[in-house]
Structure formats: structure tokens, C-alpha cells
Design a protein around this ligand. Structure first.
Ligand code: GAP
Length: 451
């Protein structure tokens, strides 16, 4: 097994197998912007679905919302984003590149041989300026007449401004949560490292409203819950850690923040953040909107709840899963690349393959099994090329099982099932395949790469 996984290998596999393409390529590309191909879409669907299952469907205390991307501009004044969602920016007058002032050590200047900005006598750096990361747009037919608005840089604010609606209509009482999945946009100065930092990404956020004196308890609870979610879906323990922010590092709204970090090929970096936002957001929106956002209990008990927020993007999870799963090994003198993904995260759950693609009988049997399984699972039928090549294609996209129809199938109605990781094969009767697959998906799963 190999743990020598570079971002280049992940980018190359993602492109080769149609997970992720560089965006707008036929126009010369658009740096650090990506389009998702078929398997990328299937994998994103799985990540989204499994997050939603854990955060909403399996719980009595969390409901969902889907708010607009373009909200009233005052939302962003109240939230502090207009004034404070900025990065310090430095331009180089010589190489014309732009850098984050707080990340000069991690940046490369445009001159060759490349050094850090400011390290060569030719570097001519400006003073740092504050640069707001929100994308601006104009709402209205004519630019001059329209009003200035923003694409949301986080989904969280769409939740806070609906607090009263949910409290009344869903008849909730703290502790309860509101979850949202949707695109967020940030004009990052230094995007990069594949999908790790991009300008548009799909966030999954949940705001959990609690009585203030329970905030610390729920903050710890959500750190554990989210860490366990990553473990359940196969990320190795040795690659996960929790890092608590120091007071100087926290966002303006935060009373405590912990990052769940993953050891990406770029080093330990934030996968998901869990923050105790206190009563900052509800208080700010109360002030700016003059609508009271508070909880009033039956015996006139009233308070502004504190908020605990787990926030992550599908893109960061996808990179972590791909890196964790990527493996190269030699089997019978042939090299294979395999994605050892958790079966529920894999884009395709099973492949159905006739051993001989030109055999009408095998094709008919395989297609019939495929038609049966596709009603409940993401399965793929493939009859083109040598069987070894077809297995390897499935290995590269992480398909955990392949059912193969062969000569014996025609005689006794059984198929072989090949396991992606162990390469073991067993025979099962076709009428049992559906149950076998249902059971296999529910088994506990640990990465074969170890812990
Ligand atoms: N509502 C709080 C919030 O947005 P954040 O730490 O700025 O906090 C939360 O972002 C999560 O969103 C991060 O942990 C990361 O998973 C994801 N994220 C943030 N910026 C991103 C970017 N430019 N590209 C991909 N994912 C990003």
C-alpha cells in the first residue's frame, strides 16, 4: 500500500476518470475554477446525502432550509462581512502578482528562480491594503439604477434571518438546529491546491441554537459528532486531528473555534470548522432589522440563544476522501491504481460485467441484473474490452464490488463478486445479489490502508 499521495496524482486521476475538469478549458481555462464530471457529481451527491442523513434526517432536533444566494445587502452589514470580511493584500509592481500579506512565506514571486515575495532586490511591494472577499453584483435591469448586492460568502446568514420563521412554524425550542447546503462565493486572493480553496464552493452548515449556559456543552458535543462522522466514512484516525484556535485567531463573532484538520498533501489544514458564535448573529440582525430574534418560553422566559456552528464544504471533504483513498499497488506484476473509498462514498456501488462482451447470453443475464439493481443503487454496466481492463477502470473510480456473469452463470444462475480491496472473489446466486449488496453497504468499514 502506498501513502505517497501527492495533489498532482489526485488532480490527474480526477481528470482522467472524469471526476473534476478544469473549468472553461476551451477558452484557455479560468484559474482555480473547476467543473464536476459524472463521477464527481455522483460522489458529491453521496457526501451531501450522508451529511444530510446525519445532520437532519436521523435527528428530531434539526430542520432544513434553503435560502436565497443573494440576500438583502443589509444582511452583510449586520453580519460584519461588509466591514470585516477582508484579507490584507500586497501587489508587486515588478512581477504584477498579488499576494496575501499574511501568507508571504507560503507564496512564490513571479520572477525566476522563484522566491518568496520581497526576497529579491527586484521585488517592489506595495503597502498592505484591505480587500473584501465578497463578490459584488447589481440587482436590477440597468447597472446604474440597480442596487448593489453580494453573492453570499457563507450560507449561515440565510439561516439566522429565518430564525423567527422556523421558531414559529416548525414550533422549535432550543436546543434545535437549522441546516443548509448550498453554494457560497468568495473572491479568494490566493485560491489553489485543487478544490481545497476555490472561489465558489458548496457549503454544508448547521446552526444549533442553545440556551447560553449550555453553549460549551454543545460546542464539545458537535466537535465529537463531526469527528465521528469522518471516522465512520473511513478517514483514517492518524490523518485527523482537532485544533483549537487561540483568541487572536478567532473570527469577530466567535467565542471559541476548533478546526477538524486533515493531513492533506499540503500539510495539516482545516477540513471543517466548529464555532461557538455566541449571540452575535441574532443580536446583530435584531439591531439592523429591528425584528426581535429571541426565544420566548411559555412562562415568559426569554433569551437570545447562543449558536454552535459546524461548517464545511463538499470540496474539502472530497479532497480529503480522495487523498485518503488513493492507493497504488502491484498485483501479479501489474500496477493498479485504486480508490479505497468507503462504499457509501464511492460514485458507483457496483459494476455488472459480462465476462465476454460478445456473448448474447451473458449480456442478457448481466443487463437483467443491472436493470434490477439500478432501481436502488448507483450501478454501472460495462461490456467493452478485456475483463482485466474493465476491473481496473472500476478500481480507479473506487467501485467496491464487481458482479461478473460468466459461463457458470448460464448453467447455475450464480455470479462472482469481486472485492475491490482484497481482490477476493466469491460466488453468489443472482436472486441473492440485491440483499447481499444491501447488507454489504451496512457493514462497518475501515480503510484497508490502516488507521
Ligand atoms: N459560516 C462560517 C464559515 O463560513 P469558514 O471557516 O470561513 O466559516 C467554513 O468556512 C468551511 O467552509 C471551511 O472549514 C471549509 O470547509 C469551507 N471553505 C471555506 N472557504 C473555502 C474555499 N475557498 N474553498 C473551499 N472550501 C472552503
Amino acid at each position: 500500500m502506498s501513502d505517497d499521495v501527492t495533489m498532482d496524482k489526485i488532480v490527474s486521476l480526477s481528470r482522467r476518470r472524469g471526476f473534476v475538469f478544469p473549468s472553461s478549458e476551451i477558452y484557455g481555462g479560468m484559474g482555480s475554477t473547476f467543473d464536476f464530471g459524472h463521477y464527481g457529481v455522483l460522489m458529491k451527491n453521496n457526501i451531501r446525502e450522508l451529511w444530510f442523513e446525519a445532520m437532519v434526517r436521523n435527528r428530531d432536533d434539526i430542520v432544513a432550509i434553503d435560502s436565497a444566494v443573494i440576500l438583502h445587502p443589509k444582511v452583510w452589514e449586520a453580519s460584519g462581512h461588509v466591514a470585516g470580511f477582508t484579507d490584507p493584500l500586497i501587489d508587486c509592481r515588478t512581477c504584477k502578482l498579488r499576494f496575501r500579506a499574511d501568507k508571504l512565506e507560503d507564496s512564490n514571486c513571479g520572477l525566476k528562480p522563484s522566491k518568496h515575495p520581497g526576497e529579491t532586490p527586484e521585488c517592489d511591494l506595495t503597502e498592505p491594503r484591505r480587500f473584501n472577499l465578497m463578490f459584488e453584483t447589481t440587482v436590477g435591469a440597468l447597472q446604474e439604477e440597480g442596487s448593489r448586492a453580494f453573492l453570499r460568502p457563507e450560507t449561515a446568514q440565510g439561516i439566522f434571518i429565518n430564525f423567527k420563521n422556523v421558531l414559529q412554524i416548525a414550533r422549535r425550542k432550543p436546543p434545535f438546529g437549522i441546516a443548509q447546503i448550498g453554494k457560497s462565493f468568495r473572491n479568494e486572493i490566493t485560491p489553489g491546491n485543487f478544490l481545497f480553496r476555490v472561489r465558489e464552493f458548496e457549503q454544508m452548515e448547521m446552526e444549533f441554537f442553545v440556551p447560553p449556559d449550555e453553549a460549551e456543552k454543545w460546542y464539545r458535543y458537535w466537535i465529537d459528532e463531526r469527528l465521528n462522522w469522518y471516522r465512520r466514512y473511513g478517514l483514517r484516525d492518524s490523518k485527523l486531528r482537532v485544533r483549537e484556535h487561540g483568541p487572536e485567531e478567532r473570527s469577530h463573532y466567535s467565542q471559541g473555534t476548533s478546526d477538524i484538520e486533515y493531513e492533506y498533501p499540503i500539510g495539516w489544514s482545516e477540513l471543517e470548522g466548529i464555532a461557538n458564535r455566541g449571540d452575535f448573529d441574532l443580536t446583530q440582525h435584531t439591531e439592523y432589522s429591528t425584528t426581535k430574534l429571541e426565544y420566548v418560553g411559555q412562562d415568559s422566559e426569554r433569551y437570545v440563544p447562543y449558536v454552535i456552528e459546524p461548517a464545511v464544504s463538499i470540496e474539502r471533504i472530497m479532497v480529503a476522501l480522495l487523498v485518503d483513498a488513493y492507493d497504488e499497488e502491484v498485483v501479479g506484476e501489474r500496477e493498479r491504481t485504486v480508490l479505497r473509498l468507503h462504499p457509501k462514498m464511492a460514485p458507483v456501488t457496483a459494476a455488472i460485467l459480462p465476462l465476454i462482451g460478445k456473448s448474447d447470453d451473458m449480456v442478457a443475464k448481466a443487463r437483467s441484473l443491472y436493470e434490477d439493481l439500478r432501481r436502488r443503487h448507483s450501478v454501472e454496466y460495462d461490456d467493452s474490452g478485456a475483463i482485466g481492463r474493465r476491473y481496473r477502470r472500476q478500481d480507479e473510480i473506487g467501485t467496491p464490488w464487481a458482479f461478473t456473469v460468466d459461463e457458470q452463470t448460464l448453467a447455475d444462475d450464480t455470479v462472482t463478486v469481486r472485492d475491490r480491496d482484497s481482490l477476493a472473489q466469491e460466488r453468489i446466486a443472482i436472486p441473492e445479489v440485491r440483499d447481499w449488496l444491501d447488507d454489504a453497504l451496512e457493514r462497518d468499514w475501515k480503510s484497508p490502508k490502516g488507521s
